[in-house]
Design a protein around this ligand. Sequence first.
Ligand code: SF4
Length: 315
Amino acid sequence: MKIGIPRILLFYRYYPMWKAFFEALGLEVIPSSITNKEIVDLSIEKSVSEACIPIKLVYGHILDLKDKVDIIFLPRIVGLEYRTYMCPKFIGIPDMIRSVDLDIPPIIDPTIDKRNSLTGFFKGFFELGRFFTKNSLKILSAYMEGLKALKSYNEKLKREVTPLEILDGKNYEKDNFKIRIGIVGHCYEIYDEFISGGMIKILNRLGVKVLSMEMVDWKTILKEANVLPKKLFWTFGRELYGTARYFIRKSLVDGIIIVVAFGCGPDSLVRELIERDLTKPIDFPEITITVDEHSSELGLITRLEAFVDMLIRRK
Ligand code: SF4
């Protein structure tokens, strides 16, 4: 049986784990194509116009898998952390997709919810494994394979290799950098080259070493966000704030780029917090890049070049 995984949302965070898990259960795993013009056009045609661009692209990626697989994996991720939530669009995405007549293979959408229980992650995978086998030991062993693959993937990322290099075979310059910039944004914005406009590639060409949240221990990032007087409700908000604070406090970067999806409520609030608390008080260089389906590559290049020039002069 062939199972399709859309190359969007938490793909660049969990794909190695999902792949190892399904393969251990005897399935063939097919990821959707790297975002291309056809996927973008389909996404815009089929999605609701109010959604942010990452959510719109789910439609196109699902349609890209339509004739290639027997079943599509689209988890309902409710929470990845004790007592905090994912963005509501993550929770509702399987229903949003089903509500449109797309004529696609069946979707399996196990609930992954770590909010109230330390075993929530495993429960989600157990529920998922039950779709394919009644053998609990086989599911447990597939889960262990998945965890092993995730651990090895995360170790590679900590060596400052990007997910695009590991999963998509991209090749970036490794030496001779003039400056370092931290990109503060969600993995599905930074590593989808349509959404980010190929930001990493452009920065790399300009002599910039790029750091992102994926290169730092996740729990360390979340701990950084605990300095806020009130715990942020959304895990993603905590991730963005914690990443910016970690990069600045440890002097790991010369400037930060905050990537915000147009129409994203949580991101716009957190961006404001980052500016007020972290960058403005110490005059730390920062720009915000807002992304949507109308973003222009030329406009992006101009802004990045200006920011990089400024950082080099300042240095
Ligand atoms: S956090 Fe923002 S960008 Fe991400 S899915 Fe939710 S609304 Fe979209």
